[in-house]
Design a protein. Structure first.
Length: 744
């Protein structure tokens, strides 16, 4: 037994060597179009007894001593790696891929699994007893072989399909969707097999316990899990202020669900996998939080786990002819069975011959899933080291063979016009301003402007299913109690909910749903009363994509009232200010007739996108107004000015851009080009036609203590008789950006 200090030093050295070797070989493989995870397995093989142990046995023994204490330390990190790998695998399950490819994805998955699973079980039944770890438990070994051969790794498949650039194509969605179903079925089957292996025998009671326990867990997760996890994440985000608190919360949720499945008699990986699926569907899991969590797992735990698997592999066992033939049989059975199973499923699902051929090639990647299954089988004694090595070798070979085969097959499937149009729409949505709004903050009072802001917030939230927090601002009258503020907040929240419900119904009926829409699913709403002047700054630290402000008085002198200026300064992000000019409250289901100014600038496009999203959610209409002013010629100190105005066709291009934006949302935009002496007069004249309910303007904040959005916005604010929404996609100067912690 080595000393504690030496043990820790060796452990750290092991981590460093495994990380460096796995990362470098993974990088090399990735540069030649192969998954980096296979490089980590190969790196472990090179550091293991098969290569380093043969070439430099003393160095190998010094770095990886055969000491139980030392092995336990590395094994603990490896087991945690399995848990976290299943977490991010579940988080990568994108159920929306089934929207366009549900039927072929299901048939491909079931057909591919059935053929290879039966083949693997048959192989296990035919193995000589001398090749089995425990001849009396042949069924368990056969089940592990069947699972290892039949399941495609969603992580590897999605990575390769994404790298080849056709993740969003229909054929790509069929492949990824089928692998999602593969992984889900595989981990459920693996967990049940684990339960059988633990009991050591197969009887009706054992099977019933595993199956019913798994079914109960899945039912509870489906009906109650998503809401419970959302509530916990929201509480963590809103209450805990320490750094990376949400990462801790996610890891705790994963651990708890893993312990629950373990207590039910199935493997903990099922709990981690389901935790990832539920977290991935939660609207509280923003891109920022997702990136932080993935960085921790992919940067540390994933390379350590797969490199440790490589360390376990003993290539010497394959020198025995029977195990070499077994490995070749596994590779052939896995490749041929999966290809023909997926090909047949594709044909049954309505795919063409060429598309079915691509699916057959794409589903033939094992990778991380099989490696984890083999590791669990080895721990349980269901597999011995030669069988484990043969399975991992099969996973490596099929995974490395898949990208070139898929690339060759995919190049022979042309893109249809319908598919091209859908991809263009999705690419637009991914770049859009509205798509980036993952959470809404609504700062309002009980005034008509507050009601307007609440209504508009509900419509926006419905297009994104964005969790929304309503903060009731302090009103000037000091006689109002906290209870009154809370009642006002609840009423504002009711307005948000009503508008969101109406918007969700409009989106669900639309032929071209807005990005990320959840149909008629309700938004997650929180209401708060502003307890102090810095309430907005405190709330803003919790991470929001957009703040909508509605309070009165809105105007003070020639600009915005001090309360609006203070509210904007306390928020480091995009904001919008609603000004109600009609005193009657607008119905949540009433269509909005929106006029949006169009200048071709980035802030103008952001305002136009907000306007189109609002019209989309309210069954409304949009008119885009572009104003050109007459050319002015002259000279100053001999230098001619006024010639370099907008190029020919610029106005038409500006309007055309917004019309195309509306087409992506299924909204017909009416474009207007006006030639006027000033933009202000043209906008006011258009508003005076009484054909618009709301003016939306994209603006940029200017420096200063008082909020100032430019001269045009100030003139419109002072003179417009219709309601206004000023949209600013940039934080105001002086906003407390340094306080905004990375959060949900």
């Amino acid at each position: 037994m080595i000393a504690h200090g030496a043990s820790v030093a060796v452990f750290i050295a092991q981590l460093v060597v495994l990380l460096v070797c796995g990362r470098l070989i993974g990088e090399l493989l990735q540069r030649i179009g192969q998954p980096a995870v296979m490089g980590q397995v190969i790196g472990g093989v090179l550091l293991g007894p098969s290569v380093l142990g043969t070439l430099a046995p003393q160095l190998s023994h010094a770095l990886f001593p055969d000491v139980p204490q030392q092995r336990a330390m590395l094994d603990a990190v490896s087991q945690l790696g399995i848990l976290l790998l299943l977490l991010i695998t579940g988080m990568e399950i994108d159920l929306s891929v089934f929207r366009h490819a549900r039927r072929p994805a299901v048939s491909v998955s079931i057909s591919g699994i059935a053929l290879t699973f039966l083949g693997g079980c048959a192989l296990g039944a035919l193995l000589p007893e001398a090749m089995l770890p425990q001849p009396g438990r042949r069924l368990i070994t056969a089940l592990f072989l069947g699972i290892a051969l039949s399941i495609s790794s969603v992580k590897i498949v999605a990575l390769v399909v994404r790298d080849l650039g056709f993740l969003r194509r229909t054929i790509g969605q069929v492949i990824v969707g089928a692998s999602v179903l593969d992984d889900t079925i595989g981990w459920i089957a693996m967990s049940i097999t684990f339960g059988l292996a633990l009991h050591g025998s197969v009887d009706v009671a054992t099977v019933a316990h595993s199956v019913l326990g798994t079914a109960l867990f899945l039912l509870l997760s489906v009906f109650f899990g998503r809401r419970l996890i959302f509530t916990i994440l929201r509480w963590s985000n809103d209450v805990l202020s320490s750094e990376m608190a949400n990462i801790t919360t996610i890891v705790v949720i994963t651990g708890v669900l893993a312990l629950v499945t373990n207590a039910l008699g199935v493997h903990f990986v099922l709990g981690a996998f389901i935790a990832g699926m539920l977290l991935g569907q939660s609207p509280m899991l923003t891109r920022q939080l997702n990136a932080q969590l993935r960085g921790l797992i992919i940067g540390l735990f994933m390379p350590i786990f797969f490199s440790t698997v490589g360390l376990t592999i003993d290539l010497d066992s394959l020198a025995q002819r029977r195990y070499l033939w077994l490995m070749l049989a596994l590779i052939g059975l896995a490749s041929v069975g999966k290809f023909f199973g997926a090909f047949l499923g594709g044909r049954l699902g309505g795919l063409t011959l060429a598309e079915s051929f691509v699916v057959g090639c794409g589903m033939n990647a094992r990778g991380s899933t099989e490696v984890i299954v083999a590791s669990i089988g080895l721990q349980l004694g269901a597999l011995n080291l030669p069988l484990f090595t043969a399975i991992v070798a099969m996973a490596v070979v099929t995974t490395l063979a898949m990208p070139p085969m898929l690339r060759w097959a995919y190049s022979r499937v042309p893109m249809t016009e319908e598919e091209r149009a859908r991809l263009e729409r999705e690419a637009f949505e991914a770049r859009g301003f509205v798509r980036g709004i993952e959470r809404l903050l609504v700062a309002v009072d009980a005034s008509p402007s507050g009601h307007l802001a609440s209504s508009l917030a509900g419509l926006l939230a419905s297009t994104q299913r964005a969790p929304t927090t309503v903060v009731q601002l302090d009103v000037p009258a000091q006689t109002h109690s906290r209870r009154q503020h809370e009642e006002h907040a609840e009423r504002s929240g009711a307005t948000v909910k009503a508008a969101a419900r109406a918007g969700a119904e409009a989106v669900a009926e639309s032929e071209a749903p807005a990005p990320g829409t959840g149909g008629k699913q309700p938004i997650e709403l929180t209401t708060r009363a502003a307890a102090h002047e810095g309430a907005i700054s405190t709330e803003a630290e919790k991470g929001y994509g957009l703040m909508l402000i509605g309070c009165e008085p809105a105007v003070s002198g020639n600009g915005f009232a001090p309360q609006i200026s203070r509210t904007v300064r306390g928020f480091a992000g995009a904001f919008a200010i609603a000004i109600a000019r009609e005193r009657e409250a607008r119905s949540a289901s009433a269509p909005l007739r929106i006029l949006v100014t169009a200048s071709g600038t980035r802030v103008s496009r952001q305002g136009a996108e907000i306007a189109i999203a609002l019209a989309h959610a309210s069954h409304g209409s949009v008119t885009a107004l572009h104003v050109t002013t007459p050319r002015r010629n002259g000279r100053v100190w001999g230098v001619r000015f006024g010639e370099a105005l907008a190029p020919r066709g610029y106005s038409e291009a500006v309007i055309r851009e917004i019309i195309e934006m509306g087409e992506h949302y299924g909204i017909e935009v009416r474009g207007e080009i006006r030639h006027a002496g000033s933009v202000r007069n043209a906008v006011l004249r258009e508003l005076g036609r009484n054909t618009h309910d709301l003016l939306v303007m994209g603006v940029s904040p200017r420096p200063g203590e008082q909020l100032f959005l430019g001269e045009l916005a100030a003139e419109i604010l002072a003179r417009a008789e219709r309601s206004i929404l000023f949209v600013c996609g940039e934080p105001a100067p002086g906003a407390e950006a340094e306080k905004a912690r990375p959060s949900v």
